[in-house]
Design a protein around this ligand. Structure first.
Ligand code: GLN
Length: 322
């Protein structure tokens, strides 16, 4: 851990305190009733550099559910198990410019193939492709991959799962539509159970920063010195995060932050900073993973203060991949 007197640590603490005052511009997600119980004033960050250096600030240790950040992990798990072409026959790689739970394009472009694995329609399809037959086995394969990356098994939040399971009207509509068009090869309720359970897996900012770190290095874990994922799959995941990771705000994220990132409605943001030679003066930031938590979200489903904090970092430390 970097120490308090460290200039980078000081500035990080200042930014967290500053942007915490903007949490009031967002609101905790309420369409999943339990998520509204989160403290909207929370804001925390964990940055992990390739040498294992960690910088943590604010409410970095609050446990939250993965929600849509899980879509990156399930996509990776599915690509590890099937041929990539098999996966891409069932879900495309194109951004939509629509909200995460939008249904409109499924019918607009026959035959209803989901546009990408980051929107709910694509993510439900991807979850149905997880290895295993039962919902339990499918979820287990995801947990195993997380354990491989993070070094520990994620815990499961039954209360969040139940809260969403009972109110998942839109996701049910999406899943039934996908079933009708043949994009869901398992039963609707089974696919929904896997998808909503993966959204209810718990992490903190350190866990998602580690995944971001591995992705930054194309699947290589620079601290454990071990190739965890094939380069090709890690790059696919990053390209999806950049083009679709924050849905209909992905263009603005790319333009003004310039980092592959994935947000979730519980307030998490997982970002990855691919190493660049130009950044050698900041060795612990060059090629780092970033995890942010701030449950007050904006209209796009992304942490308001979290996105501001990430933008500040990206601009001050010149992190944009462009
Ligand atoms: N579980 C949430 C849903 O399906 C995830 C959405 C999100 O985080 N954007 O609505």
């Amino acid at each position: 851990h970097r120490q308090k007197e460290d200039p980078y640590m000081n500035v990080l603490d200042e930014w967290v305190t500053h942007y915490r005052s903007f949490t009031s511009e967002g609101r905790c997600a309420s369409y999943i009733p339990v998520l509204e119980k989160a403290d909207p004033s929370h804001l925390g960050i964990c940055i992990i550099g390739p040498d294992g250096t960690m910088m943590k600030s604010g409410n970095w240790d609050v446990v939250f559910t993965l929600q849509s950040i899980s879509k990156v992990i399930s996509f990776i798990a599915v690509c590890l198990h099937h041929d990539i072409s098999y996966v891409l026959d069932r879900v495309d790689l194109e951004p939509t410019g629509d909200p995460f739970n939008s249904i409109v394009r499924l019918e607009m472009h026959k035959p209803g193939k989901p546009f990408n694995p980051m929107i709910n329609a694509g993510a439900i399809t991807v979850s149905s492709l997880l290895p295993g037959v039962s919902t339990k086995e499918k979820l287990e394969s995801l947990c195993e991959l997380m354990e491989k990356m993070v070094g520990k098994r994620p815990t499961f939040n039954e209360e969040v799962f139940q809260s969403e399971w009972q109110t998942a009207y839109r996701n049910r509509a999406l899943a039934y539509y996908l079933k009708e068009t043949g994009y869901l090869e398992i039963e609707v309720e089974q696919a929904l159970e896997v998808y909503l359970k993966q959204c209810s897996l718990e992490v903190n900012t350190e866990d998602i920063a580690l995944i971001g770190l591995i992705l930054a290095h194309d699947g290589y874990h620079p601290i454990r010195k071990e190739q965890i994922l094939p380069k090709k799959i890690a790059r696919l995941a990053k390209s999806l995060m950049l083009t679709c990771g924050v849905y209909n705000a992905s263009g603005k994220f790319a333009a003004f932050i310039g980092l592959p990132a994935k947000s979730g409605v519980s307030g998490g943001i997982m970002a990855t900073v691919p190493p660049r030679v130009r950044m050698e003066e900041l060795p612990f930031i060059n090629g780092c993973g970033i995890g942010i938590y701030g449950p007050a979200i904006d209209e796009f489903g992304t942490s308001v203060a979290g996105a501001m904090l990430l933008k500040q970092l990206a601009n001050s430390w010149d992190l944009s991949i462009f």
